[in-house]
Design a binder for this molecule. Structure first.
Ligand SMILES: *Cc1c(COP(=O)(O)O)cnc(C)c1O
Length: 346
């Protein structure tokens, strides 16, 4: 016997695939990979990688070796790239696993060469100044003897206009032009919308696959993938003047039907939704009232007279709107999704 979960994350597999296909079409002649780090941005890496592989995606990017290991029975390990590179302790298990490191520093390059070399990728820092080989470090035979598949770089401000994107494009083209790599890759989701100059051989969207919209050009082209459904635990009618929740941040202005749902900030429904978020029951909109608790959420259910204890409220989680509502980024909303919700793909 098992307990029915009181909170579900409904995950739309068709939307995930449609988003990958849209980004692949927008990537023009470039192949389109997938950023899968942080458990596919919180959605569940194993479910995501299988679906994307079936749709035709062949290049998967994770941050940690443990994340590569977690999906290496589902796709050929050689198709997984580990963005954070290697440390001494990673070498032996990395070679046993067969995923390819993204080498980020001259020390990582040295480690890889000393342990026998073989196929790898290299990260060039074209201006984010966070991780990668800087332009000033190239030369002196740094890359000699490496079997480099992808030379990649990462855009710092692809979600904005301004001069940095073009500057990084120029810098990357120049740096990568002098390196014997089979493929070049620069763009994340937002970078794809910057146009063909930014596509090179391979793009690496993450956010857009999972329903995030980083640039206006992508508005209306990407579908929401994740939706919370939380069970109604309690329904009460309270009188005008009744304070709701911690620190009585909301006081009922009139007699009201209050529903308490089984979701809270421990599930990644953060405090920023307090007083701003929205649940739905059928067509009825149920505004969040009072503060989001760890495990509970209170909503004004006056608009849904048919709602009963045990029913399911859908939580508005369209990412651009939810980000504006909560003051969090679309990335934080996804990667913060709690592990407690049952993930149900359909
Ligand atoms: C996370 C990441 C991506 C994907 O970025 P999105 O903005 O989520 O599309 C691409 N490349 C690298 C190196 C990353 O770390």
């Amino acid at each position: 016997m098992s307990f029915p979960a009181p909170l579900r994350l409904r995950l739309d597999g068709a939307a995930l695939i449609a988003n990958w296909k849209t980004l692949d079409r927008l990537s023009g002649n470039a192949a389109t990979g997938a950023a899968m780090k942080a458990d596919a941005y919180g959605l569940g890496a194993r479910e995501v990688v299988s679906r994307l592989w079936a749709a035709g995606c062949r290049d998967f990017f994770v941050a940690h070796w443990g994340e590569a290991e977690a999906i290496a029975d589902l796709v050929p390990p050689a198709n997984i790239a580990v963005l954070n590179g290697i440390s001494e302790g990673d070498i032996a298990p990395a070679r046993a696993l067969g995923a390819a490191p993204v080498l980020n520093t001259s020390q990582q390059i040295g480690l890889w060469k000393a342990s026998g070399g073989g196929r790898c990728h290299v990260m060039l820092d074209s201006g984010i100044n966070r991780l990668g080989i800087g332009a000033e470090q190239i030369g002196g035979g740094l890359f000699d003897g490496l079997d480099i598949d992808i030379a990649l770089s990462h855009l710092a401000s692809a979600d904005e206009d301004g001069t940095q994107n073009a500057a990084q494009l120029r810098c990357f083209a120049q740096m990568a032009g002098g390196i014997a790599a089979r493929r070049k890759s620069l763009s994340n989701s937002a970078g794809i919308a910057l146009g063909p100059d930014y596509h090179f051989d391979l793009t690496r969207p993450g956010l857009g696959l999972y329903g995030g919209v980083p640039r206006a050009e992508l508005d209306g082209q990407l579908r929401q993938v994740a939706v919370f459904e939380a069970r109604v635990i309690q329904l009460r009618t309270v009188s005008a003047g009744t304070p709701i929740g911690y620190n009585q941040t909301y006081v009922c202005t009139h007699a009201m039907r209050v529903a308490t749902l089984s979701i809270g900030y421990a599930d990644g429904y953060w405090r920023g939704f307090s007083g701003h978020g929205m649940a739905r029951f059928g067509d009825a909109v149920l505004p969040v009232i009072g503060r989001v608790s760890m495990d509970l959420l209170t909503v004004d259910a006056s608009a849904a007279p048919a709602l009963a204890e045990g029913d399911w409220g859908h939580i508005d989680f369209d990412l651009p709107a939810a980000a504006a509502m909560s003051g969090l980024s679309q990335y934080e909303l996804l990667t913060g999704l709690g592990r407690r919700a049952e993930r149900r793909w359909f």
